[in-house]
Design a protein around this ligand. Structure first.
Ligand code: ATR
Length: 278
């Protein structure tokens, strides 16, 4: 068995994951001896592949689509934020078994306050989409002090289910994309269709009051949502894509595993040209 500590990102697909590059830079920066690989798993093979990895001495896994809920079921113990999210993106081997954490929400908050320069306290946040990614971040937005979250989704039931699961004192509302409110201070896109280059038809008035826009999708070129927001949002509205969130959630995972907080700004700068201002 190799003496060097082994980590990996598991997913389907996982070939294009940037996590190995990010963690290699974190390890270099903090002088940690570790290896971090891509670990592909068949769609129906998450549990077997993850169990083998840990049985062979692996120390930690990042978990990406479509396995985050299965990872929560596999863990022997969940952190409070993973419990609230119902999904796990970080697994850690401990003497007492597998610990499951969810660092996605903390990654989003760090990026909103850092790269986007928006303090979430007291804001009305509109989230477009209601997939697994949204379920992971809504509890963190509430914990960060937002006044109100509206989840607008093509399928209203899915938005309702997330709101019901994490509503605290009426903070979270659910609606359809067509009925999305026009008074949000911050609009966050989590509609995965944005990846393919198309934005669903949306009333541009949802941007009327937005001081900031955030796309949880990331791309080497401007994402369709950020392009749409640049054309239809308030003049000078700030927007960033989800690459910073990816690096920030990775830093949270790294800290959990290694007990050291890496510097994210230098890693973001090294891995891409900044696209911070629309
Ligand atoms: P993730 O885990 O990344 O959030 P997901 O769970 O597959 O991915 O969720 C995808 C989200 O994009 C959902 O909110 C989905 O809407 P539905 O719940 O109605 O399926 C949304 N989405 C995907 N394609 C869409 C499209 N063409 N128009 C509007 N919403 C779309």
């Amino acid at each position: 068995m190799s003496r060097i500590d082994r980590y990996a990102v598991i997913g389907h697909p996982v070939e294009h994951s940037r996590s190995p590059d990010i963690h290699a830079l974190f390890a270099e920066q903090t002088n940690q001896a570790l290896v971090y690989d891509r670990l592909p798993a068949p769609r129906d093979g998450f549990v077997d592949v993850a169990r083998s990895f840990f049985a062979e001495g692996g120390r930690g896994l990042n978990v990406t689509l479509p396995f985050k809920e299965q990872a929560a079921a596999l863990a022997d113990r969940l952190t409070a934020r993973a419990e609230r999210a119902g999904a796990v993106n970080t697994l850690m081997s401990t003497p007492d078994g597998l610990v499951g954490d969810n660092t996605d929400g903390a990654g989003l908050i760090a990026d909103l306050t850092g790269r986007l320069g928006i303090d979430p306290v007291g804001l009305h946040v509109l989230i477009l989409g209601a997939g697994g990614a949204v379920r992971g971040v809504v509890p963190s937005l509430i914990a960060a002090g937002v006044a109100h979250v509206t989840i607008a989704n093509r399928t209203r039931d899915k938005a309702e289910a997330i709101a019901a699961a994490c509503d605290e004192a009426g903070t979270v509302a659910a609606t359809t994309l067509a009925a999305a409110p026009h008074d949000a201070d911050l609009v966050i896109n989590a509609i995965s269709a944005g990846l393919a280059g198309e934005m669903p038809a949306l009333d541009t008035d949802v941007l009327a009051r937005a001081r900031g826009v955030y796309d949880m999708i990331y791309s080497d070129t401007e994402t369709p949502f950020l392009h749409w927001a640049r054309l239809h949002g308030r003049p000078g509205v700030n927007g960033v894509d989800g690459f910073g969130m990816l690096v920030e959630q990775a830093a949270e995972s790294f800290q959990l595993w290694r007990g050291i907080r890496p510097d994210t700004a230098t890693v973001i700068a090294r891995l891409r040209q900044p696209q911070d201002t629309l």
